[in-house]
Design a protein around this ligand. Structure first.
Ligand code: FMN
Length: 357
């Protein structure tokens, strides 16, 4: 890649012409309204961040069973679609681009979310720790292992959610295959002990991700669908006996689609070393890098061709005008961790932009 390409260079992602390579990473903020419907403060929040080349929304559950945290927005009923439509309209009016993240938490949930029914997973293996429920933290439960007959329903939920996202006016969708949620639970052998065609071999563990990607790309066309993976993350009690091989296989298998991008969370929580460059080489399309990037590291990654785009999470919580701040090399606001998950406007839509400082 030429030296002249930098974070501020435009990039074409499928039909979407992005003005820069600075992406807002998906972030759950637990501030949906009743019925998990996006509400007015969510419109303000996303619209404030419209100068990002691309906004990826917080995870949005594809079905009621896909939820595992309080007040996360859904994309499975018409009120939720109407709520999201207000967000996409406002973002588009200001010239922005926005993808919805399609989410199913799998075992990282609790029966109190599902009228007493257990969360679902590839295998009946309980995560460590506690679930955040509406009644406070409760120990995780041993999930119900999805039967072969139940798996097509999961694929259909993603397909319907993808259709709903299109009705809501998004520019594309990102499939959440990262961070220990359902699709990741199928990919990694620490959580997938199945001995049918969805477990065991790499081909089998990758099958659900590919079936979901097929269903979602059938709805959207391939180059408006991104996939997010976290090969070396331990969050939500995740592990794999050979992550390099597992995720290189998955990245290569995803080449059967012409995706908008592959979005990789490059944390090293479960292993000392993971070769993200080797992973990237397996994937033929655009590569979006994430985790702990700042202006310097992101600039290097783009200039060295290690990434085509970089997504920023925590920096975007605190800096609605992150591209402007990067361009001016100006100071950054510090994120307030206490207001990350849930609450009011405070710590959500009250971070000052440069012009207001
Ligand atoms: C408050 C918060 C909520 C998050 N929610 C999501 C989410 O809904 N989906 C997802 O894929 N990642 C989620 N993440 C992970 C971020 O997208 C990102 O991978 C992580 O923050 C590391 O990037 P950063 O160092 O730029 O913040 C969340 C992170 C934070 C801090």
């Amino acid at each position: 890649m030429s030296d002249s390409v930098n974070l501020f260079s435009p990039i074409k992602v499928g039909p979407n012409q992005l003005p820069n390579r600075i992406v807002m990473a998906p972030m759950t903020r637990n501030r949906a309204g009743a019925g998990n419907v996006p509400q007015a403060m969510n419109v303000t929040y996303y619209t404030q961040r419209v100068s990002a080349g691309l906004i990826i929304t917080e995870g949005s559950q594809v079905s009621p069973r896909g939820a595992g945290y309080p007040l996360t927005p859904g994309i499975h009923d018409s009120d939720q679609v109407t709520g999201w439509q207000k967000i996409t309209d406002a973002v588009h009016q200001k010239g922005g681009h926005i993808f919805l993240q399609l989410w199913h938490v799998g075992r990282v949930s609790h029966s109190s979310y599902h009228n007493g029914e257990l969360p679902v997973a590839p295998s009946a293996i309980k995560p460590e720790g506690e679930c955040f429920t509406y009644e406070g933290p409760k120990p995780f439960e041993t999930p119900h292992a999805l039967t072969l007959e139940e798996i097509p329903q999961i694929v259909n939920e993603f397909r319907q959610a993808a259709k709903n996202a299109m009705s809501a006016g998004f520019d594309g969708v990102e499939i959440h295959g990262a961070n220990g949620y359902l699709l990741d639970q199928f990919l990694r052998d620490g959580t997938n002990h199945r001995n049918d065609e969805y477990g065991g071999s790499l081909e089998n563990r990758t099958r659900l991700l590919l079936e979901v990607t097929q269903a979602v790309t059938d709805v959207w066309g391939e180059n408006r669908v991104g996939v997010r993976l976290s090969p070396a993350g331990a969050f939500n009690s995740m592990s794999d006996s050979d992550p390099q091989t597992t995720f290189e296989y998955a990245a290569d298998a995803l080449n059967q689609f012409t995706l908008a991008y592959l979005h990789i969370v490059e944390t090293l929580e479960s292993v000392d070393r993971f070769d993200f460059v080797a992973l990237r080489k397996k994937f033929a399309g655009l590569y979006m890098a994430n985790s702990e990037y700042d202006l310097k590291r992101a600039t290097e990654a783009i200039q060295q061709g290690r990434a085509d785009m970089v997504s920023f999470g925590k920096l975007y919580i605190a800096n609605p005008d992150l591209p402007e701040r990067f361009a001016a090399n100006s100071e950054l606001n510090e994120p307030d961790v206490a207001s990350f998950y849930g609450g009011t406007d405070v710590g959500y839509i009250d971070y000052p932009a440069l012009t207001n400082v």
